[in-house]
Write a protein that binds this ligand. Structure first.
Ligand code: GAP
Length: 456
């Protein structure tokens, strides 16, 4: 099991510019974090890996990027207005408010008082108003999951792409939940990102596809660097399922605070498309929107063989991007004893996830010739499109290596006296994990790096 502690990760993230507390200079905002220069790279690389696996490496999934502000009706008919809540208990003595399942032995977790209210539901959605008039008519929500827009845009996507079952719609974006007790760094936060796939299948084929996506997603996590033995598949008991689900697997990971959910894979049946269809019938809206189609009454798809319109079932792998970042950092964080009292911290991220791909380092920072060569190499490498290339100009080669080990830079290129004094011009390339160094001609660098970063 990874022995990484949350304190180690929080310290590294702040020190090296991965993740900062939001509004830090004003004392922060609980459950809200900002991604710094290296954090945004890591997060973008995680999202790119997910998008590549969903959209580019297969041909049965379309993408979507829908709005965060959500029409109240959508979240009314999806069931979120009524059921997306946690039971809460108030302490009459200290006025604290706690999740009912966090109360132990009938005592307030803050002051120990037993003078507590009965649990009452607390809706987790952030409410706002759209337009200048603050009334019930204009209520909207920040979406609590990205999925709903996939359901409400289902017909538009089908009509514009001519997809047949099975096929999916994938989306990455922000979601918001007014979590009562945000905790464990970026594990449970109030503003977070989700990468969600809604995979539409024939009713009756849903259980087969549920198994398929469970395996597929575990395989993807392994490719990102999480060993299978650090994950667990948890089958949600029937009475714990979300209001829309018939069954759900959680892919759990051994986070520093325990084995917890990383991704949910739910069988949502035809719950959402069915409910939005019912709403359309109630409002008489569908006839206006889709006047020339038999499907007017349904968010449905035509089954050519059966010659009938069907409301598909949905399998939903839903990954939390912030939890992905936390899991990958946990797994990658390594402290190595180098002997003779020396040690190093290495972030052993897979190279496609590393925030900085290559660091160019001068052996001596005050040598003009060496510095000019470093700048020239960096400028040429920037054109390769491999990702971020940094010029590390601290003047202390040992410190530069340590710094880049700590942020997971897979390769360091060092320019030394041999580079500028001998022909052909060469540099050393140092591997982050093995610390092995090899001499490579500058002319060969583009091919060397392209090949290196193409390999998985
Ligand atoms: N559309 C389905 C859905 O939203 P969920 O299990 O509530 O299902 C899916 O959320 C994933 O989103 C979780 O597995 C988790 O990774 C992430 N997630 C949910 N709430 C979160 C929070 N408050 N902070 C960070 N990530 C969260």
């Amino acid at each position: 099991m990874p022995a990484t502690t949350m304190d180690q990760l929080v310290a590294l993230c702040k020190r090296r510019g991965f993740i900062f507390q939001n509004a830090d200079i004003y004392g922060g905002m609980q459950g809200v974090y900002d991604y710094g220069p290296l954090g945004v790279e890591l997060k973008n690389n995680v999202k790119a890996a997910w998008w590549r696996a969903m959209i580019y490496e297969r041909d049965d999934i379309e993408g979507l990027d829908a709005a965060i502000l959500t029409n109240r009706k959508v979240l009314h008919y999806s069931g979120h207005e009524d059921t997306f809540s946690d039971p809460m208990t108030d302490c009459r003595k200290c006025k604290g408010r706690f999740r009912a399942d966090h109360i132990k032995d009938g005592k307030c977790p803050n002051c120990g008082s037993t003078d507590l209210t009965e649990p009452r539901p607390f809706n987790l959605m952030f409410k706002t108003t759209v337009g200048p008039v603050d009334n019930a008519e204009n209520i909207a929500y920040l979406r609590p999951e990205t999925a709903q827009a996939i359901f409400t845009q289902f017909k538009n996507v089908v009509d514009s792409t001519s997809r047949k079952l099975p096929f999916g719609i994938a989306q990455i974006g922000k979601s918001f939940r007014n979590e009562i007790t945000p905790r464990n760094f970026i594990f449970r936060v109030r503003e977070f990102e989700q990468a969600e796939l809604e995979y539409f299948v024939e009713p009756g084929d849903d259980e087969k596809w549920h198994e398929y996506w469970k395996e597929e997603r575990v395989r993807w996590w392994e490719e990102q660097g999480l060993p299978r033995e650090h994950m667990n598949i948890y089958t949600t008991p029937k009475d714990d399922l979300a209001h829309y689900a018939k069954a759900c697997y959680d892919i759990e990971y051994q986070f520093p605070h325990g084995m917890e959910e990383l991704e949910g894979i739910a069988n949502r049946t035809d719950y959402d498309l069915g409910n939005h269809t019912k709403a359309q019938e109630e409002f008489g809206l569908s006839a206006k929107v889709h006047a020339n189609s038999e499907s007017t009454q349904k968010l449905a798809i035509l089954n050519d063989e059966k010659k009938k319109w069907e409301v598909p079932f949905v399998i939903e792998p839903s990954m939390g991007v912030d939890r992905a970042v936390l899991a990958l950092l946990t797994e990658a964080y390594t402290e190595e004893d180098l002997g003779e009292g020396n040690s190093r911290i290495v972030l052993k991220l897979k190279k496609h996830l590393a925030p900085i791909k290559v660091a160019v380092i001068p052996l001596k920072k005050n040598n003009e010739q060496i510095m000019n060569k470093c700048h020239e190499i960096k400028q040429n490498l920037l054109k390769l499109g491999i990702g971020r290339v940094a010029l590390e100009n601290t003047g202390n080669i040992g410190k530069a290596y340590r710094r880049h080990d700590e942020v997971g830079t897979p390769l360091c290129i060092t320019v030394d006296f041999e580079t500028i004094e001998q022909q052909p011009e060469t540099v050393t390339i140092r591997d982050r994990d093995t610390m092995a160094q090899e001499r490579v001609k500058i002319a060969d660098l583009p091919n060397y790096l392209r090949e290196y970063f193409l390999q998985k």
